[in-house]
Design a protein around this ligand. Structure first.
Ligand SMILES: [Zn+2]
Length: 108
């Protein structure tokens, strides 16, 4: 057990060092949330996006390669197994969507 860490606090230690670390952890999380938005966002839009993109022009593996997101993560999103998506995954998919020439739904 290392004192002065949030994880030690989470395991029940209430020494002054761990309390300090916990307070800093909460403050940072609060700042990050205010700045970046919630760390987990709804998967609904991304699920729709992945289903649209992968029929049939692009495979999920290609999207994983382009975005650096793990293939299993994309599979979970597309299959609806993930209700929430991490911020870095959302950011990567948002950035990727911007590189696409057109939205497929426009072409229908
Ligand atoms: Zn401690």
């Amino acid at each position: 057990m290392t004192h002065g860490t949030h994880s030690n606090y989470a395991h029940g230690c209430r020494c002054p060092f761990c309390k300090d670390a916990h307070r800093e952890y909460i403050e940072k999380a609060t700042r990050d949330r205010a700045y970046y938005g919630p760390s987990l966002g709804s998967a609904t839009n991304y699920r729709a996006m992945l289903r649209r993109l992968t029929l049939p022009e692009m495979t999920l593996a290609e999207i994983a390669h382009e975005t650096g997101i793990k293939l299993s993560t994309l599979e979970d999103i597309r299959a609806g197994r993930s209700g929430k998506v991490q911020r870095r995954t959302r950011d990567a998919l948002d950035a990727f969507a911007l590189t696409l020439p057109t939205e497929r739904e426009d072409a229908v």
